[in-house]
Design a protein around this ligand. Structure first.
Ligand SMILES: Nc1ncnc2c1ncn2[C@@H]1O[C@H](COP(=O)(O)OP(=O)(O)OP(=O)(O)O)[C@@H](O)[C@H]1O
Length: 354
């Protein structure tokens, strides 16, 4: 991102980097060769390198703009200021062209995701209504139906940014558009949505950044301490009239070390805690070999931060949900752990602990 320092003269409104608030606005007092003196709105005077100072748009609208391509300056402080102005009004979504940016509100915003909202976004061109994941899902759905070409929606962001929540919203909209209303048996889209808690139990863990962390940032070179759990590729298949006909969920890049190595205050995968907390009747139910589900407590192993001594678990889930995920957790007496790659044909990883 380039500074447009050529436009900056004495008296210009500018943005200067600040250690505390990231960017602070101010007025240029002096320009000497490559240095610039700025009177900040906080009252302090700072001297900065000219190339690191960005012009501030004096005509920036009070509540920001719903599409960043409308900004006079598309630089970092301009983008952040716009997102903040909107966020302060509970407008957590903003476009940059046909990309949707979501800022995690960490609270429920009323009337943002329900059927009446989905109904409003049906068939509406991107940009006609407030930015929303439903608009992105609608655009993908329309293009698929009209052009007969498969569509992909990429959801990316740092840990805890809201990828899982955004994916759920996208899927809810696609299920709404492509669902077969009135069918007696549970529909594919319901099953996909219902599979979330099962997959999350096996692939999500509490991290320092997120109590329910899942996705991977392995390729960004981030620390594993709050990084990889697993990545998920959800494929929804539609028939020629745009109704959902099938689905597949592929998982990849499971953070295996988290099964046996967790550093305080993080945790291992949710399923371990759920099983430890399960009532006895559930445990005995899970022992039933006919159901292809079994839980065996083999011995005890120390896993920091779970329970001081946690029973080793041997689980085999075969019929927990209609997708029949072949997820296996087996643990044996030795302290050697091994997690095998996905077994062929299974939707979810097979995990073995030895
Ligand atoms: N749109 C939203 N509205 C309200 N709360 C939200 C929203 N998006 C995210 N959150 C809150 O933030 C938490 C973290 O979000 P989420 O699990 O979607 O992040 P993530 O990007 O998938 O994280 P990770 O990469 O670590 O798995 C959620 O559990 C929820 O409490």
């Amino acid at each position: 991102m380039q500074s447009t320092s050529a436009n900056i003269i004495v008296g210009s409104q500018v943005w200067v980097e600040d250690n505390e608030v990231s960017w602070i606005d101010g007025e240029v007092l002096e320009i000497n060769d490559k240095e610039i003196k700025v009177q900040c709105s906080s009252g302090k005077e700072v001297v900065a390198v000219l190339s690191s100072v960005y012009p501030k748009d004096p005509e920036f609208p009070e509540g920001g703009v719903d599409d960043m391509t409308k900004l006079a300056y598309l630089h970092e402080p301009g983008v952040l200021r716009n997102l903040k102005s909107r966020f302060d009004m509970d407008e957590i979504y903003t476009y940059t062209g046909n990309i949707l940016i979501a800022v995690n509100p960490f609270k429920r915003i009323p009337n943002l995701y329900d059927k009446s909202v989905m109904e409003k976004y049906k068939g509406i061109a991107l940009g006609e209504l407030n930015p929303h994941p439903y608009a992105i899902a609608d655009m993908a759905y329309r293009q698929m139906v009209n052009e007969g070409i498969s569509q992909s929606i990429l959801v990316s962001g740092e840990s805890g940014a809201g990828k899982t929540e955004s994916t759920k919203n996208l899927m809810q909209y696609l299920a709404y558009m492509g669902g077969r209303h009135g069918a007696d048996e549970r529909s594919v889209e319901q099953q996909v949505l219902e599979s979330n808690p099962v997959l999350e139990a096996f692939g999500n863990a509490k991290t320092v950044r997120n109590n329910n962390s899942r996705f991977t940032k392995a390729f960004c070179g981030e620390s594993f301490s709050y990084g990889v759990r697993f990545g998920k590729f959800v494929e929804l298949q539609f028939n020629e009239i745009g109704k959902i006909s099938g689905a597949a969920i592929r998982t990849y890049l499971l953070e295996r070390s988290r099964v046996c190595q967790v550093s305080d205050p993080e945790r291992s995968y949710h399923c371990f805690y759920m099983l430890c907390a399960a009532p006895p009747e559930v445990i005995s139910y899970l022992y039933n070999p006919n159901l292809n589900i079994c839980v065996r407590v083999h011995s005890e192993i120390y896993i920091p931060n779970i329970l001081s001594k946690m029973p080793l678990l041997s689980l085999r889930f075969g019929q927990l949900c209609d997708f029949r995920p072949k997820v296996c957790f087996s643990a044996y007496g030795s302290k050697r752990f091994e997690i095998l790659p996905f077994s062929s044909g299974s939707l979810t990883p097979s995990i073995f602990l030895r």
